[in-house]
Design a protein around this ligand. Sequence first.
Ligand SMILES: C[S@@+](CC[C@H](N)C(=O)[O-])C[C@H]1O[C@@H](n2cnc3c(N)ncnc32)[C@H](O)[C@@H]1O
Length: 282
Amino acid sequence: MTSPIATTESSAMVRARLWSRTMLQSRARAGNDGASNAEEEAVDFGFRRVSADDKGRLVRAVFDSVAPRYDLMNDLMSAGLHRLWKNALVDWLNPRPGMRLLDIGGGTGDVALRCLARGARPIVCDVNASMLDVGRDRDIDGGTPSAITWVNGDAENLPFADSSMDACATAFCLRNVTDIPKALREARRVLKPGGRFLCLEFSRVVIPVLDRLYDSYSFRVVPLLGRWVADDEEAYLYLAESIRRFPAQENFAAMIAEAGLAQVKLRNLSGGIAALHSAWRV
Ligand SMILES: C[S@@+](CC[C@H](N)C(=O)[O-])C[C@H]1O[C@@H](n2cnc3c(N)ncnc32)[C@H](O)[C@@H]1O
């Protein structure tokens, strides 16, 4: 018998394929070089395989579209859980005053703001100017701008010197990056020897039954929330799909070690819906 989840996923895949095709065609028409390089290796964009260039463009389009409602959607989708997970990341990192901390794919600055509150000197680096704009506006809303530095840059080519950071933190970004091993090597490169790496990402649910409920919720409810709140159902379908394509916690721990970081440890959060990975540059 076909499981309800398999049915849901296959209809989601059809919709994702249609959507991705439409987006790729409209991007090509819009005057990007248009030709996706046929020789280029295909990579995952949710459940679809696309060229590396197209993935970069599609990811930027997703976050351009959701940026204005990104923070609200996070609260609604996770019923506020993402705040606890980010607190857990910062608790584990335990930033010390004056620490130079890079928040990779920091978006609207949730992790950076928490680290700032503990005396760190955070830099938010994100490939999407629209996400940074929302974060910067939120930062200034509190009065004068805080000490956060906002930088437009790519996790795969970080615009920072070797050995310049005390810590690199990243939350829910690496799933969207085209070449994850490259982004991990970049994090290692910019870390000082003795520097700390911490990653919060969606992962594999390790509690039976919860995994089925979570699948139903993320493929059925989250895209509808995306439609109603952010006017972008497909972006939130991509969210659900990209989570399934991201390596499971143990495999991701191995990737971190392969990038040259040491003492890799992981903690599951909320039964593995998310996971924290910690490592050091030695
Ligand atoms: C799901 S959001 C997470 C934002 C923030 N870290 C948080 O936890 O709320 C993912 C972020 O990663 C950024 N991103 C995706 N690909 C990136 C890349 N290659 N380099 C830097 N940032 C990237 C997106 O623009 C987006 O802001």
